[in-house]
Design a protein around this ligand. Structure first.
Ligand SMILES: [Mn+2]
Length: 543
């Protein structure tokens, strides 16, 4: 369904409002209880436990892929063996130097193998009753490297660790494939496709020339990417445990960060606190993305914190600070945002604005369940934000909320999408472009076009919910602003009170359940709780 007309928009809201009234799932205690059941250890402010990865997680993913390929994609026309071949990420070097940035595995390869090493290949010999043979191919480490890198694991140790049938060296891949092809030939399934967030093409495994030249080798690139991308959107229980862990540790680190905010704090000190806490508490060595610690006006820069604007402003009393930071564990990401007052006390206007975004956030979380379309939830969030903007007289009374939704007024104040799929990538794959009845085309209207998915939610999707409201000069002053939109906006109020205000964003990580969703994010959200945590009168983890 495309949300083309106002009537359709209203109709879809009616159904969301109705569902909302009949459910009250967003309950802090119930939510915490659910979090605890997913954790290996309970939350505490002094937690230093890490999480042990069960590599069955990746074995299960391989079996799921095997089943999907067999059930849906492969029409058997002959008796050839079907082999899936993926290539791992490559160790990079900084420009022409020998400086090697810490390696992080390529996400599709990680999903299938969980293998931490760079420059590998992985093959899965698929079969109608489960995978037949899985082989990891690892680089042969020259003897002299042992001095620098330490003793490598033996191939049998690697096979045992990653629960694969065999581990060979990369230089044996060619012979392995030639041998497999010898009797009756092989069909080699390779990745081919494009990431719908970046537009970048996925790299295909580099198959040795001699193998490509064989008559008995058929290359197929039409099914693997599609199947694996879809499967990555549906998180298994094992994956959810890792994601919940990343979210829990990131929540704890967020709470520590806001406890250290005061006038005079440098934005980078909050980034430093967060990175220190995620690593110390859970061994989260990577952040999911560069931290956004944006005080005052900077909060209106959606991806502030990049190398040209490196969180280097001093936080001032009277400003809000927006903290968008997430840690990554075993390549599974968290992505959490808090917005708090620098001096620990919200002003009246800040509180109204914050509570408007919080209402959008809560109402979306209440409305999430399988079957709901993501862009409808985006519109629900817009509705709540427009209502708040109206109460602050930032938008005028001469149009109804319905009309303003149709004119796309809210895109001036929330130019980004409501949220995104979350997983091994922060903006996880599978937002658009899959041949599946749950999928919708991108809606090419202001605001909605920034949604990273327009899909119908399914059980075990993991999403971020991150409504926001900002005062972006470039959008407020846009000379090409639609006349209808312009008429709705009260520029006088904005100029008097909100120019340079920055903005508010509130972001949780949630998993879609059979009848709702569970949030894994556990940070103070109510303004009173935020103020108490910041002034030290509330220990968040003892609640
Ligand atoms: Mn996000």
């Amino acid at each position: 369904m495309m949300l083309g007309t106002c009537a359709q928009i209203r109709a879809s809201f009616r159904s969301i409002e109705l569902k909302k009234r009949t459910s009250a799932r967003y309950n802090k205690r119930a939510e915490n209880k659910n979090i605890t059941t997913l954790m290996t250890s309970s939350s505490s402010s002094s937690s230093s436990s890490s999480f042990e990865i069960d590599y069955e997680l990746h074995k299960e993913n391989r079996e799921r892929l095997n089943e999907a390929l067999f059930l849906k994609s492969i029409k058997k026309t002959n008796n050839r063996k079907e082999i899936v071949l993926l290539q791992a990420g490559k160790q990079m070097q900084r420009y022409s130097s020998d400086n090697e940035p810490l390696f992080r595995q390529e996400s599709y390869f990680h999903w299938l193998f969980g293998c931490k090493e760079s420059d590998c290949f992985g093959s899965i010999d698929i079969g109608p009753n489960g995978t037949k043979k899985t082989v990891l191919f690892v680089p042969r480490i020259p003897k002299e490297f042992v001095v620098w890198m330490g003793e490598p694991m033996s191939n049998s140790e690697i096979a045992k660790k990653y629960l694969v049938d065999e581990c060979k060296f990369v230089d044996e891949l060619e012979l392995y494939l030639l041998n497999e092809a010898k009797e009756g030939g092989i069909v080699l399934h390779l990745m081919s496709g494009r990431n719908t967030d970046s537009g970048s093409e996925i790299s295909k495994a580099e198959v040795p020339e001699s193998v490509l030249g064989m008559n008995d080798v058929e290359i197929r690139t039409d099914v693997l990417f599609e199947e694996i991308t879809y499967l990555r959107t549906i998180k298994t229980k094992r994956e959810q445990e890792v994601l919940a862990f990343a979210s829990r540790i990131s929540s704890e680190a967020h709470v520590e960060a806001i406890k250290s905010v005061k006038p005079g704090t440098m934005e980078y000190q909050l980034e430093a606190e967060f990175l220190y806490q995620i690593y110390k508490r859970g061994g989260l060595r990577f952040a999911s993305y560069p931290s956004i610690c944006a005080s005052g006006k900077n909060a209106a820069v959606l991806h502030y914190g990049h190398s040209g604007a490196p969180n280097d402003k001093e936080c001032k009393a009277g400003e809000l600070i927006l903290l968008d930071m997430g840690g990554e564990f075993h390549c599974y990401c968290a992505d959490i945002t808090q917005t708090v007052p620098v001096n620990g006390k919200f002003t009246t206007d800040q509180k109204i604005l914050y509570n408007g975004v919080l209402r959008a956030h809560k109402d979306v979380i209440k409305a999430i369940k399988p079957g709901v379309i993501w862009t409808d939830l985006h519109l629900l969030a817009e509705r709540r934000i427009l209502e708040m903007l109206k109460s602050l007289k930032i938008i005028n009374d001469n149009s109804t909320i319905e009309e303003m939704l149709e004119y796309r007024v809210c895109a001036v104040f929330m130019p980004h999408g409501l949220g995104h799929l979350l997983g091994i990538d922060t903006h996880d794959v599978g937002g658009y472009g899959l041949k599946n009845s749950n999928y919708r085309e991108r809606i090419l209207k202001p605001g909605l076009k920034s949604c990273r998915t327009a899909k119908m939610l399914e059980e075990n999707n993991v999403m971020t919910v991150e409504p926001g409201c900002y005062f972006v000069d470039a959008l407020i002053d846009d000379v090409n602003m639609d006349e209808k939109v312009k008429k709705c906006i009260n520029f006088e109020t904005i100029n008097q009170k909100f120019r340079g205000f920055g903005g508010v964003r509130i972001e949780d990580n949630v998993v879609v359940t059979s009848n709702g969703c569970i949030s894994w994010t556990n940070v103070p959200r109510e303004t009173e709780d935020i103020e108490k945590v910041m002034n030290g009168t509330l220990n968040w983890y003892k609640m």
